[in-house]
Design a protein around this ligand. Structure first.
Ligand SMILES: [Zn+2]
Ligand SMILES: [Zn+2]
Length: 131
């Protein structure tokens, strides 16, 4: 299975292949500010299964161990990499052409959830990282 995605302006196009190892919502403040929305749905892939077809990601170091990839032209948040998981890349599900392909399975960082974000599903919820 191969899925394509990209940024708002189309400068950046990428593809992911195979199944995601994780699919989750993140409610953390860093994701919220980076995406301008909350919660942010992510899907985790092996880095070998992520490829850029067009354009180049700009990397922003949002925490000492975290690199967030975005589009220089339109600002769309696209990827997340953590130094402790060098073989993995998280892809922002909303940037995929078909976001329905990767339904979130749990919520992370619910401790940062805004009071007016009401979780209406029965998925597992974790205060911070997955236990
Ligand atoms: Zn763009
Ligand atoms: Zn987050």
């Amino acid at each position: 299975m191969s899925c394509q995605g990209g940024c708002r302006c189309g400068c950046i196009r990428y593809r992911v292949t195979g199944a995601a190892s994780e699919q989750f919502f993140c409610h953390c403040e860093s994701c919220r500010r980076s995406a301008g929305a909350s919660p942010v749905p992510w899907a985790t892939f092996n880095v070998a299964h992520f490829a850029l077809d067009e354009g180049e990601l700009v990397q922003y170091t949002s925490s000492p161990d975290v690199q967030r990839g975005f589009c220089r032209a339109c600002g769309t948040a696209l990827t997340y990499r953590h130094a402790t998981r060098p073989l993995e890349i998280d892809v922002m599900v909303l940037s995929l052409d078909d976001p329905t392909a990767f339904t979130p399975r749990y919520h992370l960082w619910v401790s940062d959830r805004l009071p007016w974000i009401v979780i209406g599903d029965a998925l597992p919820r974790y205060p911070q990282e997955k236990a």
